[in-house]
Design a protein around this ligand. Structure first.
Ligand code: G16
Length: 543
């Protein structure tokens, strides 16, 4: 094997964000940009010699090229084996599963998630540790530190490997196993859910529309929903993964999955609608005539999880990210289990799951998952919903209404201001932070402030502390607003404003969300001066 050492210069912008390094494709195509980051990952790890590395991505533009580089660098670094999905494909939850099942040292996942793909669009590289989850902050901090001082990388000289044939191959003395990306994941799902009951529901005429958004979930959804569960052919829409996702944003929200939303609100709606994102970890749930917010979905899934075989023993605890609504907390309270509030980012759930403090986790950003892997899992959420629908034999809309009657309803919305000027965004956050200590006891847009802080998280497992995770302002009537800057964008800054109010009055459970939250929305504008500071009249995306 011919190992080549190539000298290189550091780049100063390789700091991993909420979920790995995400940039535009041309940015990644700069000389040695990919190699620098991959070498920095390897340099910050210890003890992987002879062990396995899982590699896969969501099939977006540049996926195959980067996989070849990663494999050749893994061989040069001394890994014993690379396990790669056929065609370079592995959904993020499936990659997590392969890492765990194979006992691999870790994995490299290539994705920019819900961001668009194509020659001028987004790409991303993320490292996951041996538990199958995104690297915790101390690891990403080491990787970042290494990117700032790197002076050479190592790669073997070898021809590209064919990623389309299954089997074991030699790459400069290292084994590359090209595996079926779907099979092991589908079996895992079958072990968790009551497939016969769901199949009987489909056989009985239950209808569904699943929008795979031309992203990685297509083959998984087709195999599981149509082939194994007997859903009608055509249930999975846009099921062929494309490098540019057909020119769309593979983001399963009400803006980018509008066609599905319109269908579900129409007279011809099927019984159930769902979608998943670029790399298969996010989900969108829409019942006939009702959109279920991710925060509500988390609460509902937790409250009903015992109906699925994999969770019939109950849950050890529930975890949610701080900006996610408090709906899940009341479910935890009723179940008599702990609830945890973590910063945004799935990596913060890893310790809780590993220590069995939480079984189910979720985020307002359309992510839900459990201890079956260490990533959020779009199809898992869809299948748990189907299992619940099959067991309860009620429409999704009735299940949601019953949940609100029992627990109250957290009206919830997120307003995103995308691609705004980074300095303006930082200025807005700095202004809010400066105001925090003087806010309690004051009134904003008619609402009394009871508490205001910049969220910091104390990990109950390893004691680590993560500060400045988002500005929270709580009001006396139980409503809340949260401000934070996205850590996943690739252009300028994205301001996220999360607005929430709990309603328990049975007569006030069916209001329109934006009007139910009008005064909290007004308070956010009054306090933060969003229009003036960002120059935007309205959010780009409201979910
Ligand atoms: C990533 C993380 C999630 C996080 C989301 C939103 O999701 O994995 O845990 O909630 O980003 O992050 P932000 O608000 O910083 O943009 P994904 O689906 O992009 O990997």
């Amino acid at each position: 094997m011919m190992i080549r050492s190539v000298s290189t210069q550091p780049y100063d912008d390789q700091k991993p964000g909420t979920s790995g390094l995400r940039k535009k494709v041309p940015h990644f195509q700069q000389a040695n940009y990919v190699e620098n980051f991959v070498q920095s990952i390897f340099d910050s790890l210890e003890g992987f010699e002879g062990k396995a590395l899982v590699v896969g991505g969501d099939g977006r533009y540049f996926n195959r090229e980067v996989i070849q580089i990663v494999m050749k660098m893994a061989a040069a670094a001394g890994f014993g084996k690379v396990i790669v999905g056929q065609g370079g494909i592995l959904s993020t939850p499936a990659a997590s599963n392969v890492i765990r099942q194979s006992g691999a040292f870790g994995g490299i996942i290539l994705s920019a998630s819900h961001n668009p793909g194509g020659p001028k669009e987004d790409f991303g590289i993320k490292y996951n540790t041996g538990n199958g989850g995104p690297a915790p902050e101390k690891v990403t901090a080491e990787i970042y530190a290494r990117t700032k001082s790197i002076s050479e990388y190592k790669i073997i000289d070898a021809p590209d490997l064919d990623l389309d044939a299954l089997g074991d191959f030699d790459l400069g003395g290292m084994t590359v196993s090209v595996v079926d990306p779907v099979a092991a994941y589908a079996e895992l799902m079958e072990s968790l859910f009551d497939f016969p009951a769901i199949k009987a529901m489909f056989d009985g005429g239950f209808t569904m529309s699943f929008d795979a958004m031309h992203a990685v979930t297509g083959p998984y959804a087709t195999e599981i929903l149509e082939n194994r569960l007997g859903a009608a052919k055509g249930t999975v829409k846009n099921g062929t993964p494309l490098p540019d996702f057909g020119g769309h944003h593979p983001d399963p929200n009400l803006v980018h999955a509008k066609e599905l939303y319109d269908l579900m609100m129409s007279a011809d709606a099927p019984d159930f609608g769902a979608a998943s994102d670029g790399d298969g970890d996010r989900n969108l749930i829409i019942g006939k005539g009702i959109f279920v917010t991710p925060s509500d979905s988390l609460a509902l899934l937790a409250a009903n999880a015992h109906l699925a075989p994999g969770y019939k023993g109950g849950l050890s605890g529930i975890a949610r990210s701080m900006p996610t609504s408090g709906a899940a907390d009341r479910v935890a309270e009723k179940l008599g289990i702990e609830s945890y509030e973590t910063p945004t980012g799935w990596k913060f759930f890893g310790n809780l799951l590993d220590a069995d403090k939480a079984t189910i986790c979720g985020e307002e950003s359309a992510g839900t998952g459990s201890n079956h892997v260490r990533e959020k899992d779009g199809l898992w959420a869809v299948l748990l919903w189907l299992n619940i629908l099959a067991a309860r034999k009620e429409p999704a809309k009735d299940i949601v209404a019953a949940h609100w009657r029992e627990y109250g309803r957290n009206y919830y919305t997120r307003h995103d201001y995308e691609g705004i000027d980074a300095d303006a965004a930082e200025g807005l956050m700095a202004h809010l932070r400066a105001e925090l200590s003087s806010l309690p006891g004051t009134k904003i847009n008619g609402l009394f402030v009871s508490m205001a802080d910049d969220f910091s998280y104390h990990d109950p497992v390893d004691g680590s502390v993560s500060e400045n995770q988002g500005v929270r302002v709580m009001f006396e009537d139980g409503s809340r607003m949260v401000f934070r800057l996205s850590g996943t964008g690739t252009a300028g800054a994205t301001l996220r404003v999360y607005l929430e109010r709990l309603a328990t009055d049975p007569d006030k459970l069916a209001l329109e969300t934006q009007s139910a939250l009008a005064d909290v929305i007004g308070a956010a504008e009054d306090l933060a001066g969003i229009k003036q500071r960002t120059g935007r009249d309205a959010p780009d995306v409201i979910t």
